[in-house]
Design a protein around this ligand. Structure first.
Ligand code: BGC
Ligand code: NOJ
Length: 803
């Protein structure tokens, strides 16, 4: 069942009913001001940091869910309704939400009035602008009273939801014409305030939430709205809001437009005030003036659309697979940009108050956006590498505001360092910018410790080589990619972190997954060394790769698939010897991609993967799921069977299997798996899948779960980047290389070819792939051996590839 449809021309997902199984959201903003907006206009805004600069309040476990956010009430006679259904909940005659790239547009109709609400965060503006166009489609005059309201968060989202003994005393606002300024804590150390404003004279306002709503009421039925009045309340402590009331009179056929602006301002310390405790509103006035008219708003929408058109034009495909095209051309790349902006911080599942930037997460996200924003990718790589320690190990996370490693979580996730090699090599292949290897990069952010970035990569590999266990395989530490496989943490204390308790440093538990990673990325590093004239180092790294590959073949192969690990007592995990967790997905993906054991092992491992782990929505993490808690395995066994790391389809690693299929040249296998959880392909199962059909979610409950097929944790997942790599570089086979662009597709029998337009190092490559007798590559009319299109200075290059 579907709750909407894709409009590929407009690059929108159109939601046709408000009662989606969960709030289906969109992200607005790309610079500093960000908003989350659901299909019923819920969500929240923040400036740069969802914890420290939260602008509007959101209650993650509210009942009903997703109430609040942007509250619009249209009062028409006795009826009160909201254009996006919430918060008023009055049944609408018509409802539609269009989530587009960087904007969301709602249309609600009731009793002859049409409300078209478009919300965006303009480029380079620290504000959200909401354009509300009301049209009288009836044949009588309409006298409407319109309210718009937001609830302020007291900046620090954690304090805001915990420190009430203080919070209920500090709220402060100022009101000036049609603008409410939220200035809590500005009187002391803060130098920022927010505002909410409408571009017409108001009839009234409220800024104290409890006065506006009234006792025993929620946002669905404010007392002020019910009485068609405003109490002109001025918040002093408690919960400050901005609720603005205007009247709109419309003759039949007439339209009226209102522009609402939700903005954020920072002032220098010496320019904070205009007079005693009165805030300096100069910047706010300028921002409001910049969005005072409909024309200004429309121009901002055009600029935003142009930005996305340009960005997405860097990689486009046209094939016989409409859904694949839709994912590649629009939604998958869009999600990659969202993970660039948000990492794992702010969604409807990630509270914005927890994790900062993950070392491995950010390295992997980069694989999906490096072709879109290479300059920012460069900066990101250096930021990430700067939290590494001199021995090659690294902090697991860092705070985006300070760029400092997070000491609470610390280090010890032994896959982390290798992801730095992965993303740096990907960056250089994309850009040809070898100079990044010289970028002075500190250890642990300590000034004076800077070494060239290359040295960080070297130490990353060296860390793996020098931290190996009884079977010669890499030590796992606290965990590898699978955060929940905690083989050195024997936690028995409720609430304790499974991942950081590290109370049993066995020095023995090993990871076959890291071994596969090392073979893959060690080989990539050696190739890089060759490029920059370090042939001895290349040879030495290749020798280590061989050693670890050998160890994997000797101790990591179980007979029909790759084992997962060895525990603290040297017992295999992910082996037929185990009763549960006999086979895991991760090593099948990485060892096969790395070519360990060649195509023979690869094909056998993939056949076992499908046989034991395959379900209708993809490949589960492990099988059989753990049915009870084992302290020697850690968090993985804490989840009920079928959920999260204990046997869901953890979407992030499914593209590894897609790529593994491509490695063994099985186009049917690759495509079949790709389509099992690519959102556009499962749109018609939305009532089961439940999360947005236009973005990937972290997990889909596995066969053993009570809610098999249900997805959770939409948007902020490494699935976005890896899926884009799998489809663009694996299935379509367009891969950036140091010396050119490889065109080496791995198509299913059902696809005869495709056209791709790809911007690469300043040249637009127009690539046509088709099946035919004369196999080979023709570049600008000339046959070329192999599958690499050489670099060129020409602005356009035509490529024909016959397969
Ligand atoms: C989750 C993992 C996640 C980790 C982050 C665990 O509880 O299951 O998916 O990576 O927390 O710390
Ligand atoms: C989510 C984390 O962000 C990621 O780093 C990890 O690899 C997966 N969970 C699997 O545990």
């Amino acid at each position: 069942m579907q709750y909407g449809y894709f409009d590929d021309v407009a690059k929108e997902y159109v939601i046709t009913r408000a009662d989606t199984p969960l709030p289906w959201i969109n992200y607005l903003g790309s610079d500093g001001f960000f908003s989350l907006i659901s299909n019923t206009c819920g969500g929240y805004s923040f400036y740069k940091d969802a914890k420290l600069r939260r602008i509007t309040r959101f209650r993650y476990n509210n009942v009903p869910h997703d109430e609040g956010g942007r509250c619009f009430y249209i009062c028409d006679g006795d009826t009160v309704w909201s254009p996006a259904f919430l918060p008023a909940k009055t049944p609408l005659d018509f409802y539609r939400c269009r989530h587009g790239l960087g904007y969301s547009a709602f249309e609600g109709r009731k009793d002859g009035v049409r409300a078209a609400l478009t919300v965006t965060v303009p480029m380079h503006a620290d504000m959200e602008v909401q354009k509300l166009v009301l049209t009288n489609e009836s044949d009588t005059e309409k006298k409407l009273t319109v309210y718009a309201a937001v609830e302020w968060c007291l900046w620090n989202a954690v304090d805001d939801s915990t420190n009430f003994q203080r919070n209920w005393n500090i709220g402060e606002v100022e009101i000036e014409g049609g603008t409410v300024y939220h200035k809590t804590e500005y009187r002391e150390r803060r130098n920022h305030y927010a505002f909410y404003s409408v571009n017409v004279p108001i009839d009234g306002f409220d800024t104290d939430r409890d006065t506006f709503l009234g006792r025993f009421r929620g946002w669905s039925e404010p007392q002020a709205v019910e009485q068609r009045t405003s109490f002109m309340s001025v918040a002093s402590g408690w919960a400050p809001i901005a609720a603005l009331r205007v009247s709109v009179v419309l003759q039949p056929g007439e339209s009226g437009t209102l522009l609402y602006r939700l903005g954020y301002v920072e002032n220098p310390a010496d320019k904070k005030f205009e007079s005693l405790n009165v805030i300096n509103k100069e910047k706010a006035h300028a921002m409001l003036a910049a969005f005072e008219t409909e024309q200004q708003f429309d121009a901002a929408m055009d600029a935003r659309k142009a930005y996305w058109t340009d960005l997405l034009s860097r990689f486009t495909v046209k094939s016989s697979e409409e859904k694949l095209d839709r994912m590649v051309n629009i939604w998958n790349q869009y999600q990659c940009m969202v993970t660039f902006n948000m990492s794992r911080s702010a969604s409807y599942y990630e509270s914005g108050t927890g994790r900062g930037m993950g070392f491995r997460d950010s390295c992997q996200d980069l694989l999906g956006f490096v072709h879109l924003i290479p300059e920012r990718a460069r900066e990101r790589i250096v930021d990430i590498a700067s939290i590494q320690f001199a021995d090659g190990s690294t902090y697991h996370q860092y705070q985006p505001l300070t760029k400092r490693g997070n000491a609470d979580v610390g280090s010890g996730f032994n896959d982390d360092p290798l992801w730095l090699v992965a993303c740096t090599c990907a960056y250089i292949r994309e850009t040809g910018d070898f100079s990044i290897l010289d970028a002075p990069t500190p250890f642990n952010n300590e000034p004076g410790t800077e070494v060239p970035l290359l040295e960080h990569l070297r130490r990353s590999l060296n860390f793996t080589v020098t931290h190996r266990g009884p079977h010669g395989l890499p030590l796992i530490g606290r965990a590898d990619w699978n955060d929940c496989l905690n083989l050195n943490c024997f936690s028995l204390t409720p609430g304790e972190s499974f991942q950081t308790c590290s109370n049993f440093e066995s020095g023995k538990a090993e990871s076959v997954f890291i071994a596969g990673m090392f073979v893959k990325y060690g080989t990539e590093y050696a190739a890089l060394c060759d490029r920059i004239g370090l042939s001895e180092e290349a040879a030495a790294v290749r020798a280590s790769v061989k050693e670890i590959e050998q160890a994997t073949l000797e101790s990591g192969w179980d007979g029909e698939w790759f084992r997962r690990a060895y525990d603290a007592f040297e017992r295999p995990i992910g082996s037929r010897e185990n009763d549960e967790g006999k086979i895991f997905i991760e090593p099948q993906g990485f060892c096969v991609m790395a070519g360990v054991g060649g195509p023979d092992y690869g094909k056998r491992a993939l056949a076992s993967t499908e046989k034991y782990l395959g379900n209708e929505f993809g490949i589960e993490v492990l099988h059989p799921c753990y049915t009870e808690y084992h302290d020697y395995l850690g968090e993985i066994s804490s989840y009920p069977p079928g959920y999260k790391e204990n046997g869901s389809v953890f979407c992030h690693n499914n593209p590894w299997i897609t790529l593994a299929y491509c490695t063994v040249k099985d186009g049917n296998g690759a495509f079949d798996l790709y389509t099992r959880n690519a959102p556009a392909y499962i749109e018609d199962k939305s009532e089961i899948h439940r999360t947005e059909p236009y973005c990937y979610s972290q997990t889909i409950a596995g066969r053993d779960a009570k809610t098999y097929g249900e997805a959770k944790n939409a948007w902020l997942t490494g699935t976005a980047a890896w899926s884009f790599v799998a489809v663009s570089q694996g299935i379509l086979g367009i891969r950036p290389e140091y010396d050119g662009l490889v065109v080496d597709p791995c198509l299913p029998d059902t696809m005869d070819g495709f056209c791709v337009s790809r911007l690469f190092r300043g040249t637009r490559y127009d690539i046509t792939v088709r099946r035919g007798a004369n196999k080979g590559l023709v570049v600008d009319g000339k046959p070329i051996p192999g599958s690499t299109v050489p670099l060129t200075d020409a602005p356009v290059c035509t490529v024909e590839r016959t397969i």
